[in-house]
Design a protein around this ligand. Structure first.
Ligand SMILES: [Mg+2]
Length: 132
């Protein structure tokens, strides 16, 4: 599903403005935001708990609740990155580049193996500077 086109920096500013208008920066330490993020992940998990691999994966009638919880997770992730000095756009690009090196298509297409379970010269092993 394609997302509506929004700039991540615009979203960061919108989230910061929302918090600043309420004087909530005083509560938004990275630790508190991380714990809140984990709580929201738990709220999302509650919706699909016990669903197994059912189709659709989100119970009928719970689609908006699911979207709300994912938005909560997203909002808190944006705020956490902002308050801990992480440029999430740059971090994402860097991490995706590392993942490409760690999981080359030639070795991992259609595979759910972990990078250290695959042999071959094209697979970077743990300890390589490009592997996290
Ligand atoms: Mg929530």
């Amino acid at each position: 599903m394609p997302f509506a086109d929004r700039n991540l920096e615009d979203i960061r500013r919108e989230v910061a403005a929302f918090a600043d208008e309420r004087d909530w920066a005083q509560f938004h330490s990275p630790r508190n935001l991380l714990l809140a993020l984990m709580g929201e992940v738990g709220e999302a998990a509650e919706i699909v708990r016990w669903q197994g691999d059912a189709q659709p994966p989100v119970p009928p009638g719970k689609e908006e609740d699911w979207a709300d919880e994912l938005a909560d997770v997203f909002t808190l992730l944006i705020r956490l990155a902002d308050r801990s000095g992480v440029d999430l756009t740059t971090a994402f690009a860097r991490k995706l580049q590392k993942a490409r090196a760690k999981y080359p298509v030639a070795a991992f297409k259609g595979s759910n193996r972990k990078y250290d379970e695959v042999e071959g010269p094209e697979v970077r092993k743990s300890g390589s500077p490009e592997v996290v």
